[in-house]
Design a protein around this ligand. Structure first.
Ligand code: FES
Ligand SMILES: [Fe+2]
Length: 340
C-alpha cells in the first residue's frame, strides 16, 4: 500500500526523506526487500488469451498469478477457465483433458464437467456426488479478447469490459498483436499514461505534453496533447488512455492518423508480467494510409523497447518524491488503491 499523504497535486518536493517499503529512511541508504509495496495480483479483469488463440475444442494451460489455470473452449464456442486439478483424484485437466461437446473430460477416469464446473457424467456410477464441482472462474469474451475476473476475496466483478466500436469495423486494420514478458509490475507500464515528462525524455516527443486525469469509479481517464514526429511528418497528437481497472487499457491516438491500442497486462508471478498490445489503425480502405499505419505501428513497437529497460530495473517507492511538472502520477496511484 502507498501512504495516503502523497500530494495529489504534486505540490513540490517532500521535505522529509522518503521511507522505503522496509521502513528505513532515505532512498540513498535503503534498498527495499521487494520492488513493489503492493500485491502483484490486483482485483479486476485480466486477459487470459486472445479469442484467436483458442479454437473450439482446444484446452490450454495458463501460468498467471503465480499458479496454473486451464482454459478451454467448448464445441459451441464458450470459453471456460477452471482450476487445473480434478476434484476426483486430482488429475491435471490440462494434461490430457479433452473437450466433449460442452463438457471437459478428465483423462484419468473420464468424469465430465459442464460449463459451470458441475460434474455431469461419471461413466461408471449411477449417482454423481454433490461435491463433484470444479472451481471455475468468471470469463468474458469481448473485443477479440478473453478476460477472466480476479478478486482476492472471491467477490463479484465491480465493473464491466466495454464493447469497442473500432473492433470489427472495416475502416480499421485487423489488430496486430504483440506479446512481451516483462520483469516489472503492471503498474510500471500502465502508469506511463500519466507520466508526462517521460514522453519527452524516453520517447523523444518534442514537448512535455500537458496531461490531465480524472477518475470515474473503476475507470481512469488520462488525456495528453503533444507534438510528435511520426513517419511522414510532425504534428499535434491527442492521446486518450482509458484504464478499466489494472488489466485493460484502451489507448486512442488521434491527429495525423487515428490509432487504437488495446493494452493488456496479466501478472505471471511476483516479478513478471505478460504484456500484450493489439494495434489497429483507421485506414478507411486507403492503401496509402495503410502503409503509413504500418510505419506508425512499427514506431509504437519501438517505443515499448524504449520503456522496457527502465521498467525492468526500476523499483516502486511507496512515497516517491514528486515535483510540479510530473503530471497526475499521484492521482493515478490514488485511483488504483481500489484494486490492490
Ligand atoms: S481424477 Fe479426474 S476423473 Fe478421476
Ligand atoms: Fe512510455
Amino acid at each position: 500500500m502507498f501512504s495516503d499523504d502523497m500530494s495529489e497535486t504534486n505540490r513540490g518536493h517532500s521535505a522529509e526523506p522518503s521511507r522505503s517499503a522496509t521502513g528505513r529512511a532515505g532512498p540513498a541508504s535503503a534498498l527495499p526487500e521487494s520492488r513493489y509495496p503492493f500485491t502483484p495480483y490486483p482485483n479486476g479483469w485480466f486477459r487470459a488469451a486472445y479469442s484467436s488463440e483458442l479454437a473450439a475444442g482446444e484446452v490450454r494451460i495458463l501460468n498467471f498469478f503465480g499458479r496454473e489455470w486451464v482454459l478451454y473452449r467448448t464445441e459451441s464456442g464458450q470459453a471456460c477457465l477452471i482450476d487445473p486439478h480434478c476434484v476426483h483424484l486430482g488429475a491435471h485437466l490440462g494434461h490430457g483433458g479433452e473437450v466433449v461437446g460442452e463438457n471437459i473430460r478428465c483423462p484419468f477416469h473420464h468424469w465430465e464437467f459442464g460449463v459451470g464446473g458441475s460434474c455431469t457424467k461419471i461413466p461408471y456410477a449411477g449417482r454423481i456426488p454433490s461435491r463433484a464441482q470444479l472451481a471455475h472462474h468468471e470469463v468474458v469474451e469481448r473485443n477479440g479478447l478473453i478476460f477472466f475476473h480476479h478478486d482476492r476475496e472471491g467477490g463479484p466483478p465491480r465493473f464491466e469490459i466495454p464493447e469497442l466500436s473500432e473492433i470489427g469495423d472495416s475502416a480499421w486494420t485487423e489488430p496486430e498483436i504483440m506479446h512481451w514478458k516483462v520483469r516489472a509490475s503492471w503498474l510500471d507500464m500502465n502508469e506511463n499514461c500519466v507520466d508526462q515528462a517521460h514522453f519527452k525524455f524516453v520517447h523523444g516527443t518534442l514537448t512535455i505534453p500537458p496531461t490531465t486525469a480524472r477518475a470515474e469509479g473503476s475507470l481512469h481517464i488520462a488525456e495528453s496533447v503533444f507534438t510528435m514526429r511520426i513517419p511522414g511528418g510532425e504534428g499535434e497528437t491527442k492521446l486518450v488512455t482509458l484504464d478499466y481497472g489494472p488489466g485493460f487499457q484502451v489507448v486512442r491516438m488521434t491527429g495525423l492518423i487515428d490509432t487504437l491500442m488495446l493494452n493488456t497486462s496479466t501478472a505471471i508471478d511476483q516479478e513478471n508480467t505478460d504484456v500484450s498490445f493489439a494495434y489497429s489503425v483507421k485506414f478507411d480502405g486507403d492503401p496509402k494510409k495503410k502503409k503509413l499505419a504500418e510505419s506508425v505501428v512499427r514506431d509504437l513497437k519501438q517505443q515499448f523497447e524504449h520503456d522496457r529497460p527502465i521498467w525492468e530495473n526500476k523499483i516502486c517507492w511507496p512515497r516517491p518524491v514528486l515535483c510540479e511538472g510530473d503530471g497526475p502520477i499521484a492521482h493515478y496511484r490514488k485511483w488504483y488503491q481500489q484494486f490492490i
